[in-house]
Design a protein around this ligand. Sequence first.
Ligand code: GLP
Length: 275
Amino acid sequence: MLWTRDKKHMKKMSADCKQVMKVVSLYRKVQEEIVMKVIVLKDYDEVSQKAFEVMKEVISAKKDAVLGLATGSSPIGLYQRMIKDHEENGTSYAACQSFNLDEYVGLSRDHAESYYTFMHENLFKGLDMKEENIHLPYGNTKEDCEAYEKAMEHVTVDIQVLGIGANGHIGFNEPGTPFTEETHIVTLTEKTRQDNARFFDNDIQQVPTHAITMGIATIMKAKKVLLVAAGANKADAVKAMVDGKPDENWPASVLQKHDDVIVIVDEAAASKLNA
Ligand code: GLP
């Protein structure tokens, strides 16, 4: 059983009720309201499986899809399924391009905790993507940011994968980031550095203080957004994203303004949502 939820309705639906979902979406659009589809599943495994199905649909429809990719623990289950599907079913990514959301400032690309390394270890080394089609932002200057925007100038991201920070950040767009920002350098909050210290021997001093990130305006240009979250520590952020008003203090809430967003969360991450 899965739960699907837009801002005002929650309906218990069996997995084969996609048609009903479509009708609900159309109905909401007629009313000129933007639908945020929220699917609540039992656990991380189910979340990852559903996220994979959404991804597979995009890849199957467009061999040269442009993928917007995220790091963090949230998309790992999705990435594992993409690799398995590539190995077992030959789904090819050879014509795809990818653009990652963000990267730490001050770590070399071959650092064990750079997002460049993370993506190669957790996804790219298991797929047939061409290295020249893989893009991650890098650097700490205005020119580095402009270069990344320029690299994306002539493409439209077909599907943007997102996780969400416990404080509601997407990419590394921390609370207070204007929704109009494009790729920029950010100062990471203490909260984000604490959350990410687990990758740096639990030592916050080792966590970089800055990052380069696609801005919210950059993220919002994607055709489709797929956000995955699991765990009770994401419950406040998920609530603000879904039940709150768009608010720069909760960056992910901007997604309410996007017309094709699918949020897939486990029960723990959904535990604070309005019924
Ligand atoms: C990092 C990344 C985000 C990610 C977030 C959540 O700060 N920059 O893109 O969404 O962490 O990470 P996790 O999925 O590990 O909880």
